[in-house]
Design a protein around this ligand. Structure first.
Ligand SMILES: Nc1nc2c(ncn2[C@@H]2O[C@H](COP(=O)(O)OP(=O)(O)O)[C@@H](O)[C@H]2O)c(=O)[nH]1
Ligand SMILES: [Mg+2]
Length: 254
């Protein structure tokens, strides 16, 4: 199976080299794709230096900070356009421990394969090591994703995910309006309409040790607006013609 491990970076110069090495350790000979938004800390230079001796590493530069969600869309399109079999997405800051990569790949690869895997803090065996306030924000966001967006998963907000390409081809990427963190919930809204082969893999989520978080009030406000938009869409319905995945407002499969 040919996979892409996609990592969005903004100011991750302190993390990216060791992360790429760890990814290679757990999933050797798979493509690693960095989407960097012209990070002022020189993340791009670190990656380009590594690329000289690393045939599996690629980078896509964008001219400025364009958001985590649009970075994930770039990864998804890259996988489909280059005929890879699947995509695993993860953050650059080691919150998503590379040790889970073989399990995620295994679920996508297995004969009775899953189309979608999400690293989950909220299923049995999962754990979050965030402090009180970040945990509270995460709980509220997941509550909204369940109750307002109608997503029946315990974890809706992590970016530690695996997608088979068949699923990526069905997702109506052009309909997704979230540019930033709220993409995580909006993409799931479509995933659950396109497949019922979904699994939550328990993970221990650890807080970053190096660099700083890029989440801010604007991202949180956008996430709240996104939940209200998805609630409205779910209530009043719409047919997702482009994707072939039915969106009559309810979750219709699985
Ligand atoms: N390319 C790109 N990456 C981003 C952007 N915002 C955040 N990231 C990356 O997204 C991941 C999650 O961000 P992080 O700051 O750790 O958010 P937190 O875990 O919610 O605190 C990290 O790998 C960031 O470098 C962005 O605008 N563009
Ligand atoms: Mg983080």
């Amino acid at each position: 199976m040919k996979l892409v491990i996609g990592v969005a970076t903004y100011n991750e110069a302190l993390n990216i080299e060791s992360l790429v090495s760890e990814i290679h350790r757990y999933l050797p000979e798979q493509r690693v794709l960095i989407i960097d938004d012209n990070s002022p800390d020189g993340t791009r230079d670190v990656v380009e230096k590594m690329m000289v001796n690393d045939p599996y590493l690629r980078i896509i530069h964008r001219p400025g900070k364009m958001g985590l969600g649009t970075a994930h869309i770039v990864m998804m399109r890259y996988v489909v356009e280059n005929n890879f079999d699947g995509l695993i997405t993860m953050d650059a800051d080691f919150s998503h421990q590379p040790k889970y990569l073989p399990q995620i790949a295994g679920y996508l690869w297995a004969r009775d394969a899953y189309d979608f895997v999400i690293g989950s803090r909220y299923v049995d065996g999962g754990r979050s090591c965030y402090g009180f306030s970040r945990n509270l924000i995460s709980k509220i966001a997941n509550w909204g994703a369940n109750k307002l967006a109608g997503i029946p998963l315990k974890e809706c907000t992590t970016a530690y995910r695996g997608y088979r390409s068949e699923l990526l081809r069905k997702l109506p990427l052009g309909e997704i309006k979230s540019n930033g963190y709220s993409f995580m919930v909006e993409s799931l809204y479509h995933v659950i309409r396109c497949t019922d082969k979904i699994i939550e893999l328990p993970i221990e989520f650890i807080d970053r040790k190096r660099g700083s978080s890029k989440i801010n009030r604007k991202e949180m406000l956008e996430s709240a607006c996104n939940l209200l938009r998805l609630f409205y869409r779910r209530k009043f319905g719409k047919i997702g013609k482009k994707s072939g995945c039915v969106d009559d407002g309810r979750r219709t499969r699985g």
